[in-house]
Design a binder for this molecule. Structure first.
Ligand code: FAD
Length: 478
C-alpha cells in the first residue's frame, strides 16, 4: 500500500478538461478541491485483488479501480461516497499475457496491460488485437473493457466489447468468471454486464479477447467530399454496403480546415484551387485505412470503396493526408496541453445516433454549444460507422473564462448533453463512458427501470457499495 503524497496525487482523477483545470489551479481552484485517494494499492495478481476487496468490505473503504487513468468523464475521480476512506486500486501489476489459444484465436490478457504492451506481447505470437483508441499509449485492457471503448479501426476490428470472449472479475462477493463458448443462448449475456460496468460491479482482472493475425500490409489515404451532408451520405452508403475501410473517418468543413492548415501548410492554397477546379468548394476530409494479409486483398476491398465514393463525387488526395493522420493519431493530448497553456477552453464530447437523426443531432449540439459559449470553434467528425448509424465526435475551442472555468464548462456540457438526450436523439456516450459527468443523463437513456436493474445488479455483487461510488449510476434523487 502506498501513502506517499506523490503516489496519491498521481491517481487523482483522469484526463478530462475538468481534471486538467483542477490540477493546474486555473481560476483560483485550490488543491483542496481535488479528490485525492487516501492510499494507492497495487496488487500483483487476481487473488490479491480479491483479498483487497475483502479487506475494504470489512473496513468499509471505497475502491476506485485505476487502469491507465485516461478517463475523460471523471471515471477515476477518488470519490468516497458514504465511506470514510477511499483507495485507488491500481491494476498496473496485472501486466501479463496470461495465455494464448492460437487455434481458437483467443488471448487472455491481464487487466493492467497497456495498449502498446498488449500489441507487443501478442506480436510475439503473430497476433494483434487491433484496438487502437487515441488513448492507446496509456490506457489498459481492463479500462477498455470497463468503458466499452472504441478504437480508431473499429470499422475493421469492432468495438472492444465485440472482442471480449470472456472476463474474470473480482467482486466483494467473490471471483466471477464468464465466457466459456463463442456464442451461447444460456440466458442474457452477463459478460456484457461486466463490460461497461465502469468499476461499479467489480474489478476486471483478466480479459479473454478475440485476436487476429498481424496484418502484413497497411494502406492509408485521403479523399475529399463536397459538404457534410454529402460526406455523411457517402459514409452511410459505405457502411450499408459492407465497404467501410478498417479506419474510416470523415471530418466536417471546420475540422478539415484545421487539418489542412496543420498538415498541408503553404500547399493549402494550391490544394483549395485544385479542389475548386474539381467542383469541391466546401471540402470534408475522409481518411481511409485498410489492413490486410496482402496488397491484393487490400486492392480488392479498396476498389469497392472507391467505386462507391465516386458516386458521391469524392476527389482522391493520395496517401499523404492518410499518412499524416496516422502519424499524428495520438497527438491530441499534447495539443490540448498547449492550448490550455494559451488560455483556451478545449473539450471533446461524443455521441452516436441512427442515420435518420444524425445530421439533426449534429446541428443541435453545435447550436447548443454556441448558445453556451458565444463564438466557439466547433469541429466534428464521424469515426465509427455502422449499418444503422454512426458516432459524432466534437472538438470545441473557446476563449477560457479564467474567473470561472468550471462554471463555463458546466454550462456548455449541460447544453450539449440536453441537446443529445432531448428526444432522445442520441446516446450520452458512444465510447467515453458515463463516469461522473454523464451519470445524471443515464436515466434519460435507459429509463427508471434500467437504472433499477443496474442498482439491483450492484446490490447483488457489491452489497455494501464500496465499488466506485458516484460513477455510472445517477444519484438517488436525480
Ligand atoms: C486523449 C484521449 C483520447 C481518448 N480517445 C479514446 C478513443 O479513441 N476511444 C475510446 O474508447 N476512448 C478514448 N478515450 C477515453 C479513455 O481512454 C477510455 O475510456 C479508456 O478505455 C480508459 O482506459 P484506462 O485504462 O485509462 O481506464 P481508466 O481511465 O483508468 O478507468 C476508466 C473507468 O474504468 C474503471 N476501470 C479501469 N480499470 C478497471 C478494471 N480493471 N476493472 C474495473 N473497472 C476498471 C475506472 O474505475 C473508471 O471508471 C480517450 C481519452 C483521452 C484522454
Amino acid at each position: 500500500m502506498l501513502t506517499d503524497p506523490l503516489e496519491r496525487l498521481g491517481r487523482t482523477g483522469g484526463l478530462s478538461y475538468l481534471d486538467l483545470v483542477r490540477r493546474r489551479s486555473i481560476g483560483g481552484r485550490t488543491p483542496g478541491e481535488l479528490a485525492i485517494p487516501d492510499a494507492v494499492v497495487v496488487p500483483a495478481d487476481p487473488g490479491q485483488v480479491q483479498r483487497v476487496l475483502e479487506v475494504c468490505v470489512s473496513h468499509d473503504v471505497a475502491v476506485v479501480p485505476f487502469g491507465g487513468g485516461t478517463s475523460v468523464v471523471g471515471g477515476v475521480t477518488a470519490l468516497r461516497g458514504d465511506k470514510h476512506a477511499v483507495i485507488a486500486l491500481d491494476l498496473a501489476r496485472l501486466d501479463e499475457l496470461v495465455s494464448v489459444d492460437p487455434v481458437s484465436r483467443i488471448a487472455v490478457l491481464g487487466a493492467g496491460v497497456r495498449g502498446p504492451d498488449a500489441e507487443r506481447l501478442l506480436a510475439a505470437h503473430g497476433l494483434t488485437l487491433g484496438h487502437v483508441p487515441q488513448s492507446f499509449e496509456r490506457a489498459t485492457i481492463g479500462g477498455f473493457a470497463a468503458t466499452r471503448s472504441a478504437g480508431q479501426a473499429s470499422s475493421g476490428y469492432g468495438r472492444f466489447e465485440d472482442m471480449v470472449s470472456g472476463v474474470r472479475v473480482a467482486t466483494p462477493r467473490g471471483d466471477w468468471r464468464l465466457g466459456v463458448a463463442p456464442a451461447s443462448a444460456a440466458g442474457p449475456d452477463l459478460r456484457q454486464l461486466a463490460v461497461g460496468s465502469e468499476g461499479t460491479l467489480g474489478v476486471i482482472t483478466e480479459v479473454a479477447l478475440r485476436v487476429r493475425p498481424v496484418p502484413a500490409v497497411r494502406r492509408f489515404e485521403g479523399f475529399v467530399l463536397d459538404g457534410w451532408e454529402r460526406g455523411s451520405s457517402a459514409m452511410r452508403r459505405l457502411a450499408q454496403s459492407g465497404a467501410l475501410a478498417d479506419v474510416t473517418r470523415l471530418s466536417d468543413v471546420d475540422e478539415t480546415e484545421v487539418s489542412l492548415a496543420l498538415n498541408a501548410g503553404w500547399k493549402t492554397l494550391l490544394l483549395r484551387r485544385y479542389l475548386a477546379a474539381r467542383g469541391v468548394r466546401t471540402p470534408c476530409l475522409l481518411v481511409l485505412g485498410w489492413e490486410g494479409a496482402s496488397k491484393r486483398e487490400i486492392a480488392s476491398r479498396r476498389k469497392k470503396t472507391v467505386a462507391l465514393l465516386r458516386e458521391f463525387g469524392a476527389v482522391g488526395l493520395g496517401s499523404s493526408p492518410g499518412e499524416a493522420w496516422e502519424r499524428g493519431r495520438f497527438s491530441g493530448p499534447r495539443q490540448r496541453d498547449a492550448l490550455l497553456d494559451a488560455g483556451v477552453c478545449v473539450e471533446t464530447l461524443e455521441t452516436a445516433a441512427h442515420w435518420s437523426k444524425l445530421d439533426r443531432l449534429r446541428d443541435e449540439v453545435r447550436s447548443a454549444l454556441r448558445g453556451a459559449l458565444g463564438t466557439p470553434i466547433v469541429m466534428c467528425h464521424i469515426s465509427h460507422a455502422y449499418e444503422t448509424g454512426a458516432s459524432l465526435y466534437f472538438t470545441v475551442l473557446a476563449a477560457r473564462d479564467d474567473a470561472d472555468p468550471i462554471g463555463q464548462w458546466e454550462r456548455a456540457k449541460r447544453a450539449a448533453c440536453e441537446a443529445i438526450t432531448g428526444g432522445p436523439l442520441g446516446t450520452i456516450s458512444h465510447h467515453h463512458a458515463v463516469g461522473v459527468d454523464h451519470a445524471r443523463y443515464l436515466r434519460a437513456e435507459i429509463g427508471d427501470l434500467g437504472v433499477d436493474v443496474l442498482r439491483a445488479a450492484k446490490s447483488a455483487v457489491d452489497p455494501t457499495g464500496i465499488l466506485n461510488p458516484g460513477k455510472l449510476l445517477p444519484a438517488e434523487d436525480s
